[in-house]
Ligand binder design. Sequence first.
Ligand code: COA
Ligand code: AMP
Length: 633
Amino acid sequence: MAGEYKRIYDESINNPEAFWKRAAEEIDWYKEPTKILDASNKPFYRWFVDGEMNTCYNAVDRHVETGRADQLALIYDSPVTGKKETYTYGELLSSVSKFAGALSSLGVKKGDRVVIYMPMIPQAAIAMLACARLGAIHSVVFGGFAAHELAVRIDDAKPKVIVSASCGIEVKKVIKYKPLLDKAIELSSNKPEKTIIFQRDEAEAEMLEGRDLDWNEITGKSQPAECVPVKSTDPLYILYTSGTTGMPKGVVRDNGGHAVALKWSMKNVYDVNPGDVYWAASDVGWVVGHSYIVYAPLLQGCTTILYEGKPVRTPDAGAFWRVISEYGVKALFTAPTAFRAIKKEDPEGKLLGDYDLSGFEYLYLAGERLDPDTYEWATDLLKIPVIDHWWQTETGWAIVANCMGIERQEVKAGSPTKPAPGYQVEILDNQGQNLPAGEEGIVTIKLPLPPGTLTTIWRNDKKFEESYTDMFKGYYFTGDGGYIDEDGYVYIMGRVDDVINVAGHRLSTGGMEEVIATHPDVAECAVLGVADSFKGQLPVGFVVLKDGVNRDNDEIASELVGMIRNEIGAVASFKKAIVVERLPKTRSGKILRGTIRNIADGKDYKIPSTIDDPDTLKEIEEHLKSEGYAKRD
Ligand code: COA
Ligand code: AMP
């Protein structure tokens, strides 16, 4: 209906309590909330404070009780192993309650943490839901992170139990998880009491007597566990995300606000109804996987797909079309980089002709900027709405979107459209002044954030304030730069901090610098995200060697590449370190990162007036040119 978006959006901002109270009626509560928004401890807003519920009950049990027991809840499709499995809601309930029983037999109870380090197998989702069932707090760690990254998260979350699998599979490569897990536990000062390992056929993990338990054995012996009522504000999960340093931030999500917002988003943002097949081609280790592989589709009574494969090479660039046609997918959500991968291998989209995509209605993209080329290509090929939307781990659901279930807005390529209900997006300058339409500045959201967004940083309220709310009083700092045009369309132009986005994966250049700085030959370094036509950005390291180091530069560079792979993980895609004599700096010693990035990307750049020695810029430009960067169109 014309004007519907504006009407709903305005209500969400002018009368948020009435708006979200209505949305909360879609959730089953043990105790219905009477207090909708608690603003007594700003900037820590709390939603549905006196409500009690259970997220697993809402995602699984209630569908069984209301006639969906035989409907498919989860489809596992794994081209890398050749396996396919399905779980009806009834079967999912049985698996989840048994695994919850297994955790419970190890003493896991409400408030305890469980780290989940798993590949894309159904057991990952089962473990998450089992934690939610008990009121335990899960912290899923992406399988592409190496032992050190896992150890950092174990030390912060202090889990009672870790759930893992013997291996993951990357196209044809079998990645043994157990040695990584063992190393991480060895590195961490907080040792979990037990681990539960799911043994996969592709690699058998060696078990440590007394600590490691076999998933099937312990689940086979356990009694199913019932749902434990939790407070709306009790944490459901911690998800660590890259900040500006090597210490990731433990984003805390509550139970009640999360369930209300995600359930609401399925119809209103994605136009997806109970019974529809919804596929988020991401990984359970990222926020997209948490929100849109596991929780939201199940809260909505959809069938969700857990796909263990890639858009290409498993076996070809028709992989996504195969899954969409085989299961009747209505909406696919993935990152633009996946579509760039398909476009690269099958530019004319010939493989699409092999499949029936008549049930496919929407393609949703997020996780990084949707470049207009990819948008046009996907739109021409699929002839369905291709919807960009912008959000982040912290918010858990879309901040800016073209809300398909409310009212379709005209698309402007390069913009994820307008703020989703609940989010008051404003562009501020460095002094916190509002900028006029069209002017680029810092993208902020006026507090309070809507339900489902982060409530704090795990056991670190101070860090929450420092990272997000201290900069501009009354606002949440998103870390992104951008502008809003005169029609209210938001444009996100990229991060204003040291976070980069590589193939839709969020990484910290500061974290990479911390690793490189430990190399004995390195005096100082800077890691920057340089534009890449396939992965969006790629990290490039610039290193200055210590005086007197007289070794082959290529050898040092390849040692640095190896260090990042071992310490952070292959997912960092750190393939390039360049040895330079000096780094361009301001007179106060700050590295001119933005200027170096502009040079590398072949963009125009100004020589900053604060520069210490302008020759350093010319030197770095020469280095970059000799490495194939700094090309102008
Ligand atoms: N476990 C272990 N290793 C992993 C991993 C995991 N879960 N995920 C990625 N890696 C490894 C890859 O194998 C690769 O290793 P390599 O350097 O030995 O080749 C490296 O990490 C980089 O991975 P990635 O950047 O994903 O590159 P890729 O070439 O393997 O795949 C895409 C590129 C575009 C196909 C893939 O990134 C993709 O499908 N992305 C879109 C969907 C998505 O996951 N988005 C995330 C948020 S929505
Ligand atoms: P993550 O927390 O991993 O989801 O990454 C969030 C960051 O990815 C955001 O802060 C943005 O920088 C970027 N991002 C996500 N979606 C988009 C989008 N649609 N357009 C532009 N940038 C995006």
